[in-house]
Design a protein around this ligand. Sequence first.
Ligand SMILES: *Cc1c(COP(=O)(O)O)cnc(C)c1O
Length: 362
Amino acid sequence: MERVYNFSAGPSQLPLPVLEQAQRDLVNYSGAGCSVMEMSHRSKPYQAIIDTAQATLRRIMQIPDEYEVLFLQGGASLQFSMVPMNLAKRGQTTAYAVTGQFAKKAFEEGKRWGNAVAVVNGKENGFTRIPDITADMIPQDAAYLHITGNNTIYGTTFNTLPETGNVPLVCDLSSVILGKEFDVSKFDLIYAGAQKNMGIAGLTVVIVKKDKLTDDLDPIIPTMLRYKVMADKGSMYNTPPCFAIYMAGLVFQWVEQQGGVAALEKINTKKAGLLYDYLDDSKVFHPVADKKDRSIMNVTFTLPDDDMTAAFIRMATERGMINIKGHRSVGGCRASIYNAMPIEGVEKLVQCMKDFEAGQRD
Ligand SMILES: *Cc1c(COP(=O)(O)O)cnc(C)c1O
């Protein structure tokens, strides 16, 4: 089988040059005599790998010096717990924008630790739009407002960041980090699982303002779950996810070679535009997300019934486009078109949709 266009929401398609570089490095990394997977994380070559990965990420996201970059494990989901434990006192008020399923999961974990309140809950509208959030809706004594920058399952996104007043802003950027530009200085903490737009599963990147790091935490919080410990130890309090960090480093370099995040955002906007333009005119395919809140990373759409949906997914699969099926909670289809999805893949998908629609009329 040839390589396919993989529209999976995550783990997702990687840039081919990254895979090829990893292949060249696999058995004997840069003359080290062993692979990255076998190398001591305390060795010189490994230190260079993690340092370079961090430096490249700092450049491509223009991360200010007042921020620490951490390479952690446990997925974005562990950050649902680490954020409240590190940023809020036990029982303190924390605020959440519940705009999707991952947002809801973050909120539920927040409740375990503090007095988590939902400032908006998009459930009533099926999470198809981002409700407006104004500073007066946010308890001003909240330790933070948590938002999900891009709702991977529903295909909605915060096209403008909420005004929080004096409340720190925490953001789950798992499915849009490096896909469009963000001003890091607007956030107190950003986190993202790597397997969507930064590499492979096993790595979570946390970008946190240094003034949020403290040892003055509830003693019950395990050492491994303390940002300050991880920051002090250069993300190597214990063995880090060595290979996943190496892969992310290759992806960061690839992003830089593409012209950086701004250049990729342009292409991503164009890619998403091809799909949305078609969806807006189609009689068979219908977009799920409200126009103003549409994601450029995850494009969700439905067909009139399950049989047609299955038939379309079969047709796309036969043409070498896989993982178009929507998340089980939304149904329909979802095309995740992260950085590594070339525009040709999206053009091919739109053509497939056109052919499918034409077939319905015959
Ligand atoms: C995928 C995803 C998660 C969960 O990530 P894990 O790394 O599997 O824990 C959380 N938030 C968002 C927005 C996601 O897209």
